[in-house]
Design a protein around this ligand. Sequence first.
Ligand SMILES: [Zn+2]
Length: 327
Amino acid sequence: MKKIIYFTFVIAFSILIIGGCTNNQTEVEDTPQSIEEVSDYEVPKVYASFYPIWDFAQRIGGERIDLELIIPAGADPHHFEISARGLADMENADLIFLNGLEFEPWENDLRSIAQGNVISLGEYARPLPFGDDHHSHGHDHNHDHDGEDNHEHGLMDPHVWLDPNRAIDMSSALLDALISIAPSNENYYKANFEELKDELDELDRKYSALKDIENKKPIVVSHNSYGYISDTYGIEFYSISGMSAEQEPSLRVLSNIIELVREKNIEVIFFEELANEKVAQTIASETGAKTDVLYTIEGMTEEEIQSGMGYISKMNENLNKILEAIQ
Ligand SMILES: [Zn+2]
């Protein structure tokens, strides 16, 4: 961990002494009078696996963490494979935040080299298993990992961050971890967290309006990511393909969805930002619906990050699109 120490040099100039009558004596003297320590704080080295966690960490840690994003902008986290060098870079990290819940297939590799301080924030966010009470329809849930290791994966729905309440849980666990590693920054981190929490609470209040709308149409999406929004706010989602943005649906699933779209008079087929929109377009042109993007916020582009667009603004955009689509 590095420490940043700022010094202010207060430099006093001695008075220019000019001899009164003879005008022959001139003396200038520079004397450092005091060195004042203005601030001295710890800056832990922190890694965040993908965008929403990076955003929460940036908001809470501010200038008092040295933060890096593991999965690069624009990459699909479900498919991202970390290089040996990428792993080695994290060996000396103070903290590494993952989503967990099988979202990062390389979690075990990382845990074997980074001693401790790897924190899976999704575990703190009341995760739910995929299942009849919590899922989108018309897909299977398999991740396409290589299956070499024998641990069971894909049982829990990893997309916890798409529920603002669970985003608060994740941020709160992130806050605790930052404080434990850099306790002198406690007040600073806490103040930033409170600001973020207020915005997430506000987001939850806006999403809660979804619950009061009657006779909602279901939403058709390409990617099975919205189970927590479904659960929390009472929206029905049907997903065209499974977990991965690139998974191809079967013909049976495709024709079921087309039937559903016609029957319920669904006007928008959503695909997520990293998906191939072809399948959504096929369904749209079959049924006369239009296509639009519903964000999973799994991968922001470099330009979006640069433009200051964040988790909150994407969630607000999603809400407006959902509101329009269900009525
Ligand atoms: Zn996903």
